[in-house]
Design a protein around this ligand. Structure first.
Ligand code: 3PG
Ligand code: MG
Length: 354
């Protein structure tokens, strides 16, 4: 894997530095529900300030707003970040996706972001699969470096790119089905067993474009409505009443998934098995988290903001080999692609021209 040049080689003294972090954290009732991504951004911010940066401007997206939208304002994230680490030279900019030019990678927004800055540091591993103005465009306008988190993520995840110890079990779930199907299509062949839960499983039952075998949950926790206190019923998938929703994997699926995970030597898990934020639908995600944590023989990576939140809530994060801040980004990296946010940063060592 090509390594991007490190922020450790940047001369930040007296400079204004733009840092793209991935502070896209889960929110609940206007508060940060899991601060893993915020904490993970701190080492790079500290490094730059310790090295004498005049100002560090941190930017990130939060959620998927279609324009300015109060529900996705950066305030809670800013408060949380500055509560963990206060420095007068640190500024947290507003949600980059409040500007529709962000996701279009519009050069005019990249220029506005770069304006007044001397250096750019991309530490947003979780967003490195997006070619957006703040992750890709701006890297072409300023001297660009990889942040410490981005580097560490690449180091750990690259272990899954070469030969891995087998069986390699891939577990995928979560809500971003459209994003992940194509990635799974390219990735699935690398794993020995692919377990799918969550909304992704529901979708694959309707239409399955994958050309390899996947294990879908045989039973589900059905809900009459998409509500936390909806009437529920555990049933075989085929027995789910009309218009009911499968909001978690059922007990038999849990034990089958857990058994497959127990036999693995390499594990990659991304995306919860159900709506784990609601206790009636949390058992599937919990079962997978516990099975991954219990397997001490395997090299295990768990990625994605929600899966990581579940691990933290269960107190299991320290039993995973590497807890990644990237969900979709990790998956795309595993496909073997260079991520656009990484590709835009010059190499650690320039290739020889000979
Ligand atoms: C994530 O949570 O996966 C990243 O922050 C990227 O978010 P996105 O899928 O909305 O681009
Ligand atoms: Mg996510």
């Amino acid at each position: 894997m090509r390594l991007p040049r490190s922020v450790e080689t940047a001369d930040a003294d007296g400079k204004v530095v733009l840092v793209r972090a991935d502070l896209n954290v889960p929110l609940e009732d206007g508060r940060v529900a899991d601060d893993t991504r915020i904490r993970a951004s701190l080492p790079t911010l500290r490094l730059l300030l310790d090295r004498g940066a005049k100002e560090v401007r941190v930017c990130s997206h939060l959620g998927r707003p279609k324009g300015p939208d109060e529900r996705y304002a950066m305030d809670p994230v800013r408060r949380h970040l500055t509560g963990l680490f206060a420095d007068d030279r640190l500024r947290v900019l507003e949600n980059t996706r409040f500007d529709e030019r962000e996701t279009k990678n519009d050069p005019s927004l990249a220029r506005e972001l770069a304006d007044g800055c001397d250096l750019y540091v991309n530490d947003a591993f979780g967003s490195a699969h997006r070619a957006h103005a703040s992750t890709e465009g701006v890297a072409r306008l300023l001297p660009a470096y990889a942040g410490l988190l981005l580097e560490e993520e690449l180091r750990h995840l690259s272990r899954l790119l070469g030969e891995v110890e087998r069986p390699f079990v891939l577990v995928s779930g979560g809500a971003k089905v459209e994003d992940k199907l194509g990635v799974l299509q390219n990735l699935g062949g690398r794993a020995d067993t692919v377990l799918i839960g969550g909304k992704m499983a529901e979708q694959l039952r309707v239409e399955n474009p994958l050309d390899f075998e996947v294990e879908l949950p045989v039973d589900v926790v059905g809900a009459a409505r998409f509500e936390e206190d909806a009437e529920t019923r555990v049933c075989r998938v085929d027995d789910l009443p009309y218009a009911w929703l499968g909001l978690d994997i059922g007990p038999e699926a849990r034990s089958r998934f857990a058994a497959a995970i127990a036999g693995a030597r390499t594990i990659f898990w991304n995306g919860p098995m159900g709506v784990f934020e609601w206790p009636p639908f949390a058992a599937g995600t919990k079962a997978v988290a516990e099975a991954v944590a219990a397997n001490e023989q395997a090299f295990s990576i768990v990625g994605g903001a929600d899966s990581v939140r579940a691990l933290n809530e269960l107190g299991l994060a320290d039993r995973i080999s590497w807890v990644s801040t990237g969900g979709g980004a990790s998956l795309e990296l595993l496909e073997g692609k260079e991520l656009p946010g990484v590709a835009a940063i010059p190499s650690a060592v320039e290739p020889s021209r000979a």
